[in-house]
Every structure is written in C-alpha cells, then in structure tokens.
Write a protein that binds this ligand. Structure first.
Ligand code: MLT
Length: 334
C-alpha cells in the first residue's frame, strides 16, 4: 500500500506543471464537458477515456453533460471556460467539423477558439432502423424510404451533430425526405428507436453494438470500406450497394484557446497513455471504435483534422441544402 501511495505521489509530482494562478496542475478535479446527453457515443467514449486519464494526471476528470443545439451549447461553454487546464471538452466531427456549415451564426470557431489535445477515437457510422422496419437489407431499405419517406421519422442529435450531418448526406444520396427529430444526443434517440417510436437513424457505432447484437434494432450497413470487427455480420455500404456513403466520424479532446502548452502536452500524454492501455483499448475496440489514426492523436495532427473537416462538411451541407425539404422537429423532453 505504502509503495502504491509513494509511486502515485511520484507520478503526480512528475505531472505537476506551473500554470496561471496556481503553483501546480492539476491541484483539483478537471471537468470534461460532453456536449450531448448521457448514454450516447460521445458520453461513452468520454467516460472510458476520462477514467484512465484520471489515474495518470492524479486528479478526477469529471464528465459533465451540457447538451443542446447539436452539441454547440456545450462546445461554446468549453470555448469560453478559463484556459487553466480545469475544463476540457470531448468534441467530435459535428461540433468541431460540421457545426460552422450548419450554423451561419455559430458563436465559436473550432479552428481558432480551442487548443486541440488529441483524437480519442474514430467512430464509423451505421445505418440502423427499428427492429420491425419492413426491409431485409440496405437495397430494400433504400427502396422503401424512397417511396415512403414522408411517413417516416429519422432521429438525430440536433442540427450539426454527427447523426444529423451524416444522415443529411445519406438522405440526399438516396432521395429520402423524412421528418427529422432532434434529440439532445443519440443516447435518448436510440431509446426511442428501440421502442419503435422513430424509424431510422445514422449513428456512431460505439452507441449501437450491444443493441444490434441483442436484436433490439436492425443494422443495414456500416459506412466503411471494410467490415467492422465489432460487427462482422453487418455488410459495408459498398457491399450493400451504396458505396458513395462511406463516412467515419470521430471524437477528440479540446481545451479552451490559451490553455498553457505544457498543460496541453500533459493532457495529450495522458490521452495517448489511455489509448495504449490494453484494457481501455479493448473496451473501445469492442464497441467498434477505430484506433488506427495515430497521426491525429497529437495536438498538431488534430488541428489539421479539424481544418480539413470544417472545409469538407461545409461543402457537403451546402450541396445537400440541409433539411430544406425535411422538417426538423424537437423530440419531446422526457
Ligand atoms: C451525434 O450524433 O452527434 C452524437 O451521436 C451525439 C451523442 O454523442 O449523443
């Protein structure tokens, strides 16, 4: 026990860095903002990573869910937090890629208002539907939604979120115009898919594997070039006849602009250590996360990813004309 206490103290001493207004960092718990409801993919990835990182930095990293407006409410809160290393955010392809294209009056700039820490996970997209949806494969699904989309409801996590953005692309590719229902995250959206209150969604894999395996929802395709090891029976969109729909989302950690470099480096070190930890890695891989993009696990690599994603999704959303013909409704608060 004594040896453990000493080695923990030594680890904390190595990590202690001077920061504005305090002698050492971290001397108190750190808040990790998750800009969506609990139980969704961002929340799942954040909690797995935060648990491991807490041990490395020697302080608790506490997840706080600040949901709303497709993740932009929590992201703005993170951008405006004091840059002292005590607030970080688990953002994603929506909040730090698609949001500027989805919100002309967005109050933060993902390329300027954050210090990138590092990529946590790639999260492939899966097209899923309620379990009694009347189509046995993606071809039948596409044919059905083309003919019946005006009677269908598609669930997503709010304008600009990953589920919204990727299904905007999917709907425009297959010519579907469902009513689009905005939730505070795909955790609550998935609950309504399981209970059959909504018809389909495009969601990040880490939210879905247990439900697909249990047969409580139907998976039509994974939007990847090769099958996901976590869902070996689910075809790729290419195999299923829709090769144009290939998209992987991602989750990544950000700190407010101006957070001292040495703190960003410590946080990056803790993140990389978490992703190298066999147990943490196993948990993420079993949920279908893609941990192969090492380049973006550095602050500079993530900065480049954000820049290219903002440009990419801006173009996609402009071309698709987001939801012009597909009304977005707020999900009832439960
Ligand atoms: C999204 O669609 O952006 C995410 O799945 C939201 C979430 O993590 O709940």
């Amino acid at each position: 026990m004594r040896r453990f206490v000493v080695s923990l103290a030594a680890a904390v001493a190595v990590l202690a860095v001077p920061s504005r207004g305090s002698a050492v960092w971290p001397e108190r718990p750190i808040t990790m903002i998750v800009p969506f409801a609990a139980g969704g993919p961002t929340d799942v990835v954040a909690r797995i990573v935060a648990e491991n990182m807490s041990r490395t930095v020697g302080q608790q990293i506490v997840v706080e869910n600040v949901a709303g407006a497709g993740g932009t409410t929590g992201s703005l809160r993170a951008a405006q937090a004091p840059p002292d290393g005590y607030t970080i955010e688990m953002g994603h392809m929506g909040t730090h890629g698609a949001a500027p294209g989805a919100y002309p009056d967005l109050k933060y700039d993902p390329t300027k208002d954050f210090e990138p820490i590092g990529l946590a996970a790639g999260t492939p997209i899966v097209v899923v539907a309620k379990k009694d949806f009347p189509a046995k494969d993606l071809k039948e699904f596409v044919a059905y939604v083309k003919q019946n989309s005006e009677k269908l409801n598609e669930a997503h996590a709010g304008t600009g979120s990953v589920s919204y953005t990727t299904c905007t692309l999917f709907n425009s590719l297959v010519g579907s115009k469902p009513t689009r229902i905005a939730y505070r995250g795909t955790g609550p959206a998935l609950n309504d898919l399981v209970s059959g209150q909504v018809d389909y969604m495009c969601d990040q894999i880490v939210n879905l594997v247990p439900q697909i395996q249990a047969g409580t929802i139907k998976a039509y395709a994974v939007a990847l070039a090769a099958r996901s090891p976590a869902l070996p029976d689910v075809p790729t969109t290419k195999e299923a006849g829709l090769p144009e729909f290939e998209v992987t989302a991602w989750n990544a950690l950000f700190a407010p602009k101006g957070t001292p470099k040495e703190i960003v480096q410590k946080l990056n070190g803790a993140l990389v250590k978490a992703l190298d930890d066999p147990n943490t890695r196993k948990r993420l891989l079993e949920l279908g996360a893609d941990l192969s993009n090492k380049a973006a696990t550095t602050p500079d690599g993530l900065r480049k990813l954000v820049q290219s994603e903002v440009a990419r999704w801006n173009k996609v959303l402009k071309t698709a004309g987001p939801s012009k013909e597909a009304p977005v409704k707020e999900a009832p608060k439960k």
